[in-house]
Design a protein around this ligand. Structure first.
Ligand SMILES: Cc1cc2nc3c(=O)[nH]c(=O)nc-3n(C[C@H](O)[C@H](O)[C@H](O)COP(=O)(O)O)c2cc1C
Length: 356
């Protein structure tokens, strides 16, 4: 970790970058891909997609696309969505005892209409006492550390945000992840990192900073500028999962297992080529996990295409790649399309305008 970082997951985490939870993207196949780029000996936390606490109690865990996990995955901190004690209690107990969670994250940032109408997700940011109560009801039903992921809120009011986070801290939150965009901004515009700094200065629990990290440099900058204890990366990690390797190299970690003696991709062309290899690997993993019974080729291909849609803006001619993967109708056709496309040199850009 960086100097002065506060301990996360009872001090087990020794690496300052982690993956952001993303619906439709942070499933087991993608987590496996990214873990293959984690430097040897590095320990970080891993999210799931957002899991609805009203569904988890009756679901067949580890068989749905959202709850599938691989037996060798460790340090999983699934994210739940909820606001009532009974479903939250049943969910966290099952996630801890049956599924192997090592922490529980509560979503207080989801801005979609459905979450607002059910009073969970970012709706909880409108009532700090009730939000603190949701933390309390989670903490009393699990022995695991409980964290909260939130955004700048509806009103972009820093005084309110600080009071809000202090209440979560008093209610027993072990750490908080802040994505400093307002509800209205959704994921557009710029994340206001100064809010992360202001919060980090006045609370005692660790703060994970999130928003707009696109390259390894940005992760270090985010931690330097805000003093946050870890950087969480979402969209950019879909494009450059080797960002973990690049960060590890700078911190003196060994190369990821199986990549000993190699350096992390560094130039635009090296990154372009690695993007091709990583997509090929993800295609294989996606087919293996989602592309056949009990799921279907259609589901697997939809997941893969969504990944390409999110990650391709960092690639010159990314729109062409996306069009080709949409046109291909089977896993093998997508594989051929990737081979053909990456048969020519492709260049990745460091930073790009984030639109979705
Ligand atoms: C497709 C997509 C789905 C997302 N789903 C979730 C979610 O389920 N829970 C959550 O807390 N944040 C979710 N987010 C927000 C990310 O976790 C993150 O806060 C946001 O993308 C900003 O980080 P970034 O700039 O590194 O992408 C989602 C983001 C994307 C792009």
């Amino acid at each position: 970790m960086t100097q002065n970082a506060r301990p996360i997951l009872n001090g087990q985490v020794n690496f300052p970058v982690c993956m952001a939870p993303m619906v439709g993207l942070t499933h087991v196949a993608f987590r496996r891909l990214v873990r293959e780029y984690l430097p040897a000996g590095a320990v970080t936390i891993w999210p799931t997609e957002m899991l609805n606490s009203r569904r988890i109690p009756s679901e067949n865990l580890n068989t749905t696309p959202e709850t599938l996990r691989s037996p060798d995955e460790t340090h999983l901190v699934p994210q739940i969505l909820g606001n009532e004690e009974t479903p939250i209690a049943l969910s966290v107990q099952r996630l801890e005892e049956e599924w192997g969670a090592q922490g529980i994250d509560i979503n207080m940032g989801c801005p979609v209409k459905k979450a607002l109408s059910h009073n969970y997700g970012v709706a909880l940011m409108g009532d700090s006492d009730y939000a603190a109560e949701v933390v309390r009801m989670t903490v009393r039903n699990t022995t695991l550390p409980v964290s909260v992921k939130l955004r700048a809120g509806h009103q972009n009011d820093l005084v309110y945000l600080i009071e809000f986070i202090k209440k979560l801290e008093s209610a027993g939150a072990s750490w908080v992840t802040l994505h400093p965009r307002t509800t209205e901004q959704k994921r557009r515009g710029t994340a206001d990192w100064s809010q992360i700094r202001s919060v980090r200065e006045v609370v005692k629990i660790p703060i994970i900073g999130n928003g707009d990290v696109q390259v390894a440099d940005d992760a270090f900058k985010l931690m330097d500028v805000t003093g946050c204890d870890m950087a969480m990366v979402g969209r950019a990690l879909t494009a450059r999962p080797w960002l973990l390797w690049q960060v590890g190299e700078r911190l003196g970690f060994d190369a990821p297992s199986g990549r000993e003696g190699h350096r992390a991709p560094a130039t635009a062309a090296e990154e372009g080529a690695e993007y091709g290899r990583s997509l090929k690997r993800l295609l294989g993993l996606t087919e293996e996990v989602f592309g056949r019974a009990p799921f279907s080729m259609d589901l697997g291909l939809r997941k893969f295409r969504f990944h390409v849609r999110t990650s391709s803006p960092w690639l010159q001619f990314g729109h062409d790649l996306y069009a080709r993967t949409t046109k291909a109708k089977t896993f093998s056709e997508v594989g051929h399309a990737l081979d053909e496309f990456f048969g020519r040199e492709q260049l990745m850009t460091g930073r790009t305008e984030l639109r979705q």
